[in-house]
Design a protein around this ligand. Structure first.
Ligand code: FES
Length: 236
């Protein structure tokens, strides 16, 4: 079958403004959109820029907007689309070239929530132990591959007035440590999250959950963070 992909193009080094170019590629129904993009780059236009690595939904590098919805090109099958397929870079972020966006602000926000285990007590002789039940508390959040689809799809992050909002991906990681029984930085974490651009920036619009390629219940986890903040303040 032939597939038409209308792709956002922009090279700031030579283009005055972005434009779209349509490519036609031959594909099998079970091919992924990433296969089509690769075919275009190999056979028709080697200047087409996009990120990819694993091609199996693990690395999170090929997040893009496909027919208006953020997702991974390696997880979308040709057979699930009809007509021309519109491929654009993730919104929210500055375009570096074509489908490649600048994710530095995304990782700055991610780093702001201290995405690592905080411990105060010296380590035990062996590992810091945890029961299966304690691990289960945050297991879903471990699936996050930092593809940025959730943050790009979030209307709060898309709004210039509220773009300082730390965003769903950072909050998923905050959740992962806040509810980890081995973490000893709860007060520190809560101070980082308890403000209008932290957990309270979320207006429960569910867009992050809708697009998450790893099916993480992001909105519910943010609600649990809010509940955790409330409980910790009212238990003192
Ligand atoms: S290329 Fe790695 S997640 Fe798609």
């Amino acid at each position: 079958m032939n597939v038409e992909l209308k792709i956002f193009r922009f090279d700031p080094a030579k283009d005055e403004r972005p434009y779209y170019r349509t490519f036609e590629v031959e594909a099998e129904p079970m091919d992924r959109l990433l296969d089509c993009l690769n075919r275009i780059r190999w056979e028709q236009d080697s200047t087409l820029s996009f990120r990819m690595s694993c091609a199996h939904g693990i690395c999170g590098s090929d997040g893009m907007r496909i027919n208006g919805i953020c997702g991974l090109a390696c997880q979308k099958l040709v057979k699930d689309f009809k007509d021309e397929i519109l491929i654009e870079p993730l919104p929210v972020f500055k375009v570096i070239k074509d489908l490649v966006v600048d994710l530095d602000p995304f990782f700055e926000k991610y780093n702001s929530i201290k995405p690592y285990l905080i411990t105060k007590n010296p380590p035990p002789d062996q590992e810091r132990k945890q029961s299966p039940g304690e691990h289960h508390q945050f297991e879903d959040a471990l699936r996050c591959i930092l593809c940025a689809c959730c943050t790009a799809a979030c209307p709060i992050n898309q709004n210039k007035e509220t773009e300082a909002y730390v965003g769903p991906a950072a909050l998923v990681r905050a959740f992962r440590y806040l509810f980890d029984s081995r973490d000893e930085g709860k007060d520190e974490r809560i101070a980082l999250l308890d403000h209008k651009d932290g957990a309270w920036g979320c207006q429960t619009l569910w867009k992050c959950t809708e697009v998450c390629p790893k099916e993480i219940p992001i909105t519910k986890q943010i609600a649990q963070i809010k509940r955790g903040i409330y409980d910790s303040k009212h238990s003192k």
